[in-house]
Every structure is written in structure tokens, then in C-alpha cells.
Design a protein around this ligand. Structure first.
Ligand SMILES: Nc1ncnc2c1ncn2[C@@H]1O[C@H](COP(=O)(O)OP(=O)(O)O)[C@@H](O)[C@H]1O
Ligand SMILES: [Mg+2]
Length: 457
């Protein structure tokens, strides 16, 4: 069911419920009012008759009956039973004894001056005590409230018709109202339909940026901005990646072509093969980094995470780097080893963390002036902090924010080899483990990279 229909039905239901509640109240209070009014009218009639009876003692009872019948304000089907205080019937006036049976002794005994209604046959009745000049009378009056019940009947019809009309009106009004309220959303749907992957520059109208719909448009536009940026980054990434992969391939092709021009000595062949090997190593490094980047970009749920000790992995990464490159030096300072193993452990992927540390250690040595990096390792109650520090060329201040972008290499690296993927990959890995990474650098002086992981404890 669409929102417009749902809103209309909800609106109608609210209106109808309110109307029914209102009608029930009106009917209930009207019927209470009818009852109390009818009691007064019956009592007044009873008092009139009792006065007459008391004043004119020796008057013919038949005559009193005749006068009663012809009174203008007689009630419909009215009947009077007047008793002496010892329950002897003095006067009775009824048309049919089945419709208006005389009150039994129990009723007569209970008569007091209260306005409580009871029934004699089908008719309502009241009883009260009338004090005459010398004696007291027990008076019972019963009648049918024709006027009152007719009034209630018409009120019922009016309320019923009102209810039906209110359903119809509220449905029509609700339909118009919800249509108006949803119009801006319809507009957004139409506008969004026009925005396709190729027309991402189109934006929704944000109006005055005040109401909810305008704020929704704003949020949507911001999301589009982010998407455009992501698309552009991806485009840039692909072209950078293919460029990086093409460079060693072109170099290999060149080497082979030049070598094949004429016959070479075995020494020349081995030199070429060595150059080719270095290009191949470079290629495999890039493709490994790209693969790891793809892995680190997936969500943590897809990786098999287990409890790993950060200090062990740091030493393993150092081992790997030092066995790969001769002449590099890595100093690791552990400020204090906590007894609780959990304070050294995180939930993570060992291979990825090792790659991250390897990159940071390699960068430290590569961009330092003494091929050495120092790592200080600290643990706090809920964090593990590692700072990789080296002296050396540093990073120009204006470029620091860019070094985490894939393939970005600072302008002062001169002839140092690399692909610019290391830090991008490291950042992704650290974020995947809910950690944080920051880089501080002073050009021509030093660089330090701070990595923090939340621990298990
Ligand atoms: N320790 C460091 N000292 C100076 N510059 C660094 C350091 N680490 C990273 N950089 C700069 O950040 C850039 C990106 O680093 P990275 O992603 O590891 O790529 P790569 O090492 O392949 O060039 C490097 O090219 C370099 O300019
Ligand atoms: Mg690097």
C-alpha cells in the first residue's frame, strides 16, 4: 500500500474514532439528562394530583380522574398510585393494569424522598412521600417518556449520519492533504530518476534547507558528492595502477628487445636476467600490495580474525625486512611488558598486520639517512601504541595529507624506489582493525608514524 493511501486511511480512522467517542459522550449525557428531566416531570405531576386530593377531601375521585385525563401537561401513559402512610390505596388512575401494575409492598416500603427511577411493567416510575396538611401520602407515578425517547432516537440518527459523513469527508480531505504533503517527495523521485551514473553532476533542489524534505535533499546531494569523489578516486586508482604495472613491463620489454638485437656474451645475458629479475620482483610487490589492498578493503566480517600478539608480529616483520634487505637496522624499544597477555593482543588478521608493520619499517629505513628506524612499543589499559621514528628527508608539510592516498609519493623522494601503495595499504589495514594511524614529519629532519590499536582487555 502506498504512503498516500496509508496516510489517508490513518487520518480517516483518527477522525472517525474521535467522532464516535464524541457521539457516545453526547448520547450518554443526553440520555442521563432525559432521565433526570423525566423524573422532575413525573414528580410534578404526582405533586399536582396529591395536592388536589389533599385539598379537596370530599371531591368525587372519578371527577379527579377526569380532570387528570384532560390536563394539557399529562404524561404519555401516566399512572398514579397514592397510598396512605400505612400502604392503603387511596387513589389510583391507570388505563391498563398489565402496562402499569400497582407497586408491590416491597416498593412501597422503600419509598423515600429520593429521585431513583424504577420500573412498573415497561414504564419508568418514581415514588416519593407527599406531606399533606394533616397526613402523609406515598405517591407512585409511572409513565412513558415519549418526548424524551423520541428526542434520543433522532439524536441517534443525527449522530449516525454525522459519522458516515465524517468518514466520507475525512477520506476526501485526507487524500487531498496527504497528496499535498507528499508532493515534494514525488518531485524528489522524479529528480532522482534523472540522476544516472553518467549524469552524476545533477543535484536535487535544496530550497531553504529548512524542512525535513529539504534536509533529505541536502543529505542526498552530500551522498552524491561523496559518490562522485569515490568514482573519481577509483578512476584515478585504476589508471595509476595500470601505469605502475606497465612501467616494469615496458622496462622488461626494452631490456629484452635491446638484448635480442645481436648475440651477447653469457655475462651480458646474466646482467639482463638480473635486471629482469628486479623488474619482476617490483611487479610482484605491486601486485601483492594491490591484492592486500583489495583484501583490506573488504569488511572485517569477511576476514578470519583471531587473537594475535602485536609484539610477536612486529618482531616477525622486522625479521622479514632484515632478511630481505641487507644494511637496514630496526631498533625496537618495549617500555614495559605487561603481565596480562590480553594487553598485548588484538583480534585481527596476522598476515595483514605483518604487512602493515613491514611497510612502516621499510619506509623508516628507506627514507632515513642512516637506513635505520626506531620503534617504541607502549601498552595502556585499553590501547597498544607503536611509534615508528626515523631521521631523514621527511615529508613536505603541504604533502603530508596526501601520502595515504594510493600511488602518491612525495616530491622529495629522489631516486628511492617504491610504488606509493605502502601507506595506503597500511592505513586500510589499521582501520580494518579499528585502530588509528597518524604521521608527523619535519622536512629534512625526521618522520614518525603513530599507530594505535584497541586491545581485547
Ligand atoms: N618515513 C618516511 N620518511 C619520509 N617520507 C616518507 C616516510 N614514509 C612515507 N613517506 C612518504 O610517503 C610516500 C608514500 O609512502 P608509501 O605509501 O609507503 O609509498 P612508497 O614507499 O612506495 O613510496 C612515500 O613516497 C614518501 O614520500
Ligand atoms: Mg613504502
Amino acid at each position: 500500500m502506498d504512503i498516500r493511501k496509508r496516510l489517508t486511511i490513518q487520518f480517516s480512522l483518527i477522525v472517525v474514532t474521535l467522532f464516535i467517542l464524541f457521539s457516545v459522550c453526547v448520547y450518554f449525557f443526553s440520555s442521563l439528562h432525559r432521565k433526570s428531566e423525566f423524573i422532575i416531570r413525573m414528580k410534578n405531576r404526582g405533586i399536582t394530583i396529591s395536592q388536589r386530593l389533599d385539598n379537596i377531601k370530599d371531591l368525587d375521585l372519578k371527577l379527579i380522574k377526569e380532570i387528570d385525563k384532560n390536563t394539557k401537561n399529562a404524561l404519555y401513559g401516566e399512572t398514579f398510585y397514592i397510598y396512605s402512610s400505612d400502604n392503603k390505596l387511596i387513589y389510583a388512575n391507570y388505563t391498563s393494569a398489565t402496562n402499569n401494575p400497582p407497586p408491590d409492598k416491597e416498593i412501597l416500603d422503600k419509598i423515600k424522598n429520593t429521585d431513583k427511577i424504577f420500573y412498573l411493567g415497561v414504564n419508568e416510575a418514581v415514588g416519593f412521600i407527599y406531606s399533606g396538611k394533616t397526613v402523609q401520602y406515598k405517591v407512585v407515578v409511572s409513565a412513558y417518556d415519549q418526548l424524551g425517547f423520541d428526542g434520543l432516537q433522532s439524536l441517534k440518527i443525527i449522530l449516525l449520519v454525522g459519522c458516515i459523513l465524517s468518514v466520507a469527508c475525512s477520506y476526501i480531505l485526507g487524500w487531498i492533504y496527504s497528496g499535498n504533503a507528499l508532493q515534494p517527495i514525488d518531485k524528489i523521485i522524479n529528480d532522482v530518476d534523472k540522476i544516472t551514473a553518467t549524469e552524476l553532476n545533477l543535484r536535487l533542489d535544496e530550497g531553504k534547507k529548512q524542512d525535513e524534505i529539504e534536509r533529505l535533499s541536502m543529505t542526498f546531494n552530500q551522498m552524491l558528492d561523496r559518490l562522485v569523489k569515490a568514482f573519481e578516486t577509483q578512476k584515478g586508482f585504476i589508471s595509476n595502477a595500470s601505469h605502475e604495472l606497465r612501467t616494469p613491463l615496458t622496462s622488461m620489454k626494452g631490456h629484452i628487445e635491446v638484448t635480442l638485437v645481436k648475440d651477447r656474451s653469457s655475462q651480458e645475458y646474466s646482467e639482463v636476467l638480473r635486471a629482469l629479475l628486479s623488474d619482476i620482483e617490483n611487479l610482484s610487490k605491486i601486485s601483492n600490495n594491490l591484492l592486500s589492498l583489495a583484501l583490506a578493503t573488504t569488511d572485517a566480517g569477511a576476514l578470519r580474525l583471531k587473537k594475535i600478539r602485536i609484539d610477536d608480529i612486529l618482531f616477525a616483520a622486522r625479521e622479514e625486512l632484515l632478511s630481505n634487505v641487507k644494511g637496514y637496522a630496526v631498533t625496537i624499544t618495549l617500555s614495559s611488558i605487561p603481565e596480562d597477555e590480553n594487553r598485548l593482543s588484538i583480534l585481527g588478521n596476522e598476515q595483514l598486520i605483518k604487512t602493515a608493520f613491514f611497510n612502516l619499517l621499510e619506509n623508516g629505513c628507506k627514507y632515513s639517512n642512516n637506513n635505520a628506524v626506531e620503534v617504541s612499543f607502549n601498552t595502556t589499559a585499553h590501547e597498544i601504541e607503536l611509534v615508528f621514528r626515523n631521521t631523514g628527508i621527511g615529508i613536505p608539510e603541504s604533502e603530508i595529507w596526501q601520502v595515504f592516498q594510493p600511488f602518491y609519493r612525495a616530491s622529495n623522494i629522489e631516486n628511492k624506489t617504491g610504488s606509493g601503495l605502502g601507506l595506503a595499504l597500511t592505513q586500510k589495514i589499521v582501520e580494518l582493525h579499528k585502530g588509528g594511524i597518524e604521521i608527523y614529519s619535519v622536512i629534512n629532519k625526521e618522520t614518525s608514524v603513530r599507530v594505535v590499536f584497541p586491545t581485547n582487555s
